[in-house]
Design a protein around this ligand. Sequence first.
Ligand SMILES: Nc1ncnc2c1ncn2[C@@H]1O[C@H](COP(=O)(O)OP(=O)(O)OP(=O)(O)O)[C@@H](O)[C@H]1O
Length: 573
Amino acid sequence: MPPRVPEGEKGDSRRVAKLPFVSVAVRIRPSSEEPAALWATEKSRVCCNRGFLLEEYEFSRVFGPEEDNQRLFAQLQGPAITDSIFAGVNETLFAYGQTGSGKTHTIFGSASSPGLLELFVQQVFDTASLRAGSAVHACCYEVLGDSLTDLIDSSALEAEGALCEDDVVHDELFIKTQRCRYQICRVPSAELCLRLLRSAARRRSCGVSSVNGDSSRSHAIVQLFVQNPCEPPMASIGTLTLVDLAGSEKEHENPSLHGRKSARLLNTSLCSLNRLLRKLQTGCLDESERRQSVLNKCLWEYLRPGCGIALIFCVNPSLQHRAASLSTLAMATDSKLIHSQRKCQYIQLSPHTPHETIRQVPSSPSPRGTPAPPPRSAETPRRPAGITCTSPRQESARREETNEEPEFQRQLAQSARHYERLRLEAERAHDELASDNMALRRECESLRGLFVRQQQQQIAFWTGPFLEMVGENSAAKAMAKMAAKGAQEALAAVQQGEKEDSLADAQSLSLDGVSRCVMPEKTSAQKLRAEMEYWRDMALTLQRELHKSKSPKAGVSDTETRSSRSASSDGVL
Ligand SMILES: Nc1ncnc2c1ncn2[C@@H]1O[C@H](COP(=O)(O)OP(=O)(O)OP(=O)(O)O)[C@@H](O)[C@H]1O
């Protein structure tokens, strides 16, 4: 029997999906400069002075300089977003804007004003205290260019005994050939969670930007994974993702060389993210966007259709930043097209294993009583694999009940970790093979194209200008005929091979499961390598032949030599 989506939670998910969440908000930071280029006119409008005219924009919510993070949290419906996470939805909040516009202030806050992160952590733990058996895990990492750095350091908490070894699991992301690991910690209380995240925030890379002396030089991602048992054996699993993007900045305006370098990397990843958001706006997001940058790869799971997305666009109201603010407002206007259709996710808790393994069951607000859809493919979720799904209390009660040997449990946990490692290695090998395969395919295609063009030019040469040149010389004519025939045959063989390859590709696509994931990549990579070697040989042979035909010793008359030289200088090769 397939597991059923918990009926009570389905009700919740429908309720959650109907809540009027804020999707696009604009926040105007305080500024002492007068006159201002923009200001909030109403709760949802912002007016912009363009010099010759005043323009008004409308968003879900506009926050003026006097509104603090507490108000932002309340107006963005922090408590409702938290409920949505407990119902199993992935909720993602972005702070977006130019450098110095107040993104870090919004997410991480300051000494005097808690940021959205702290407010959410409090709310999540307040809600968790009312839901028996729920568990919260946290991670925090930064992304700069092609690198991902874990910002969590749990060693101090482990040394104090506040966290134990089993509370920390690792997830990995394969970036090119590098394995980037980051920790995911099971956090028992809001206080511990905040200690961990505050120390993570202090480790974030910072530097100087053109307008901010304490500018974040990386994109920071903080995630809280909430697991909430509902109807046994199911549990909802929702994630809160807070993203403090690095600010966009004109590269040449940064005062330091290092700053200009990091600005280039940050702008590149922001461009990829913008492209992804644009596709989300037009409803044509496709898998290819996932691989465009490390940032996209990290956020993909939490931006896909089914997730709740809220974007906070931060702007600086001063006149000198008007151009940058207008471009932020333009992006904010387009982002109004993003419609989050929230879906709940569930996992099945196995009652027999000591550490329940997570089986992702994509939830959909399916009608009451209908079976849940099958588990997701291995490709989609990048999730804190290995997170234990029961509370320590439940776990010890179960151990007592089943009278299991602790040694046996240790062995089981060890083998679970071992198989998880193997799974991740297989996934990495698959990713590497897939990218090798793509590169080989591209190289083969270009060699194949080159060869086809060469053959066509040969045929044109032997059947056209060469014949005209040799006139009545029958030996030369016969030789030209043979050469043209040879080129035609080679061309036909290539075109036939192309057809067979595309047929083989189509067949490999129709293969199922594991064999489709791993084997064809391997075999076709080998095949493509062999094919590439073949084309390299072909190209070399051709070059040698044409070289020979150009040389006076080739046994062809002077006229022929001249004609083939003139043909090659016309671009035959
Ligand atoms: N709404 C606000 N209220 C009070 N102070 C603010 C507000 N927004 C920004 N600031 C202050 O402005 C300065 C720059 O803000 P912040 O570092 O958050 O900008 P940022 O957008 O994260 O910049 P960067 O992209 O360069 O990291 C900080 O000193 C911050 O305290």
